[in-house]
Design a protein around this ligand. Structure first.
Ligand SMILES: Nc1ncnc2c1ncn2[C@@H]1O[C@H](COP(=O)(O)OP(=O)(O)OP(=O)(O)O)[C@@H](O)[C@H]1O
Ligand SMILES: [Mg+2]
Length: 243
């Protein structure tokens, strides 16, 4: 199983939207996908409109396995979250294995899934560290603004610290809400490339249907099959399957 965390310290830059739609794009390639909501805000759980009776909180607490909590959403197994997950960060802080709880829970799954996508909360708290420690790859969604590119420094230094314990961890930045007609976005993209940041060759465009799919609790792929962002999610899915 290949595990990908969608993570960055900044809020509202498309982590949850990317998680849901990339998971759908990978599933559309015939892969068995597990999608984990690792954020106490539970945006992904709201997006997929799932029950919150048994959630990832229980997995962290050791009272349920991932298989006990998953629910089907368009052919994807989703592990929902709830607000109690915010307490988990405090509960596990003193534990020796505090960074490895999610990694161990995923290891218990064996070969049940081909892919696992983890949506994280903004910030770099212990929950996000668990997600990254459990992952092979990190997708960093970022709006193409110069200030956001500078803001990446903190995140990258934490990521590089984690890389010491996980040398094979890879990352790539995905520009979200990209408008190729805006000079600001073009120059932000060029600046990121100049700074040697590893960018996906494709970008997510801001469009109403992508936001509306959320309200309809559907992947963009079924809500608006002709949307150009579907081509981007498919390209990323194919890249991640190939690597
Ligand atoms: N490509 C897009 N086009 C239009 N709207 C978008 C796009 N991507 C995300 N949005 C909207 O922007 C808002 C923030 O997106 P999203 O929730 O995915 O960000 P996030 O990084 O997960 O936020 P948080 O940090 O709070 O978890 C949502 O209302 C979402 O519908
Ligand atoms: Mg989110």
């Amino acid at each position: 199983m290949k595990t990908i965390a969608i993570s960055v310290q900044k809020g509202g830059c498309g982590k949850t939207t990317t998680s849901a739609n990339l998971a759908a794009a990978i599933a559309a390639q015939g892969k068995r996908v597990l999608l984990i909501d690792n954020d106490p805000q539970s945006s992904l759980t709201l997006y997929s409109n799932l029950e919150r009776e048994k959630t990832i909180t229980e997995v962290y607490r050791g009272t349920a396995s991932i298989q006990d909590i998953v629910q089907d959403w368009h052919g994807i197994d989703v592990a929902p979250a709830d607000i109690l997950l915010s307490q988990v960060e405090i509960e596990i802080a003193g534990r020796k294995d505090r960074r490895d709880i999610l990694r161990h829970a995923l290891a218990d799954l064996g070969e049940t899934y081909d892919f696992c996508i983890i949506d994280t909360a903004p910030g770099l708290g212990l929950l996000s560290v668990n997600a990254i420690m459990a992952s092979d790859h990190v997708i960093i969604p970022m709006e193409p603004n110069p200030a956001d590119i500078w803001g990446l420094e903190l995140f990258m230094s934490t990521l590089n610290q984690i890389k010491k314990a996980k040398p094979n961890l890879t990352y790539r930045i995905l520009l979200t809400s990209y408008n190729d007609r805006l000079k600001l976005h073009q120059s932000a993209k060029e600046a990121a490339e100049r700074h040697g940041l590893n960018l996906y060759p494709v970008t997510i465009a801001r469009n109403v249907k992508t936001a509306e799919a959320w309200g309809a609790h559907e992947p963009l792929l079924t809500y608006d099959p002709k949307n150009k962002n579907n081509i981007t999610y498919k390209t990323i899915a194919e890249m991640e399957i190939a690597q």
